[in-house]
Design a protein around this ligand. Sequence first.
Ligand code: ZN
Ligand code: ZN
Length: 431
Amino acid sequence: MSEPLLDAYDEVAALVADLWAHPELGYQETYTSRRIRDFLTRHVPDAEISTFARTGLRLRLGPGHPRAVALVAELDALIVPAHPEADPATGAVHACGHHTQVGIACAVVAELARRPWDLPFDLVVVFVPAEEYTDLETRRGLRESGEIAWFGGKPEAMRLGVFDDVDLAVLTHTMGGGYPVPTVELDCDLAGFAYKHVTFRGTASHAGFMPYAGVNAASMAVLYQTAIGLGRQQLRDDVLARLNPVVSSEAMTTNVIPDTARVSTDVRTIDLAYMSELSAKLDAMAQGAALALGGAAEVETEVGYLPFRQHRPLSAPFRQAFVAGVPGVEALLDDRGGSAAAGDVGDLSVMLPCIQIGYSGLEGRVHGADLRLVDPVTVLDAVPRFVIEGLGRLGPVWDEIATYRASYEQYVAQVRRLDGTVASAVNRVNT
Ligand SMILES: [Zn+2]
Ligand SMILES: [Zn+2]
């Protein structure tokens, strides 16, 4: 492992260790947000830091150029109780490595703040809450009370106008373990997903005394899952389609024919049209299972995150930076195709060109019980310098990169085309 080169390295590493010890779930990242604000205030004392969506932070660096690039970091942890370092009370842990993204963004801010500004654009640094699609009951409560309109922090930030004055966005994300040398990745596309809840309704009766008087909802749930299992044979294999049904109903007892059973599944793929097609197939399977056993099925569809296609022209300056050489970055994983992982960067990419740069330096599986930071110097020193080098090469090719821009309203229209339930509160508010 090489020696760190950035002045703020020790401070960034301490911040990241502190965030690892204080994992917080989406829209509840209050400690995280406070610690980041302290860091930013120390390094950019005259900066105006604004807040949004409960815990989000935003800071604009630069002399006031009309053009701006966003550097985005995510704040939240997720629930993996099996992780030995999970918070025993909540099960939360940074098993997606978002604490290290925060460290990278903070390192970039600290480094740029100590240099004369030489980028031909401003940098808007955005710390976004709630990337993980989890803890949905809490989010439903927040949505019902009108505090948020979207479960995902990025669409929520888009609704609040956080990206209105931004032309391009750069994100970073851990790739998990398994890389022999310090590695960065460009152009890995991500799937999107919808989330379907099916509630089967039957009739309760005594399972021993009068089973014939009942209609078994749990059997409909089994039949539905069997249909999904068999239907998987006919899934397209070129678009990373994934279905992951789980039984999410409350406890049943063996002496009562269950009158309610609930099955939830995500519908993942990198192809938006195929997502709608699969969604319709699942509806038919649910209705068929209910019909076969004399009950009813209620289907609810939530739009999760949209598929993410990396904006290839925006990756080009970062590829050039790698070729020119950045000390501590030894390998580039380039355009290996897509991943069935998903993120709300897909939603942001509907509005403006985005890339998400992958990095090594963590060990274990992303979302697994073994993910942890093992090479802080690569992650918190070499990767931020790589980001700065890429940003430095972006100016001359700006016109080839900033090729589209959609409004928030156009984004909402895109989501509505998926036929999912969209909260009525998604309409724009003035901030
Ligand atoms: Zn994740
Ligand atoms: Zn993540």
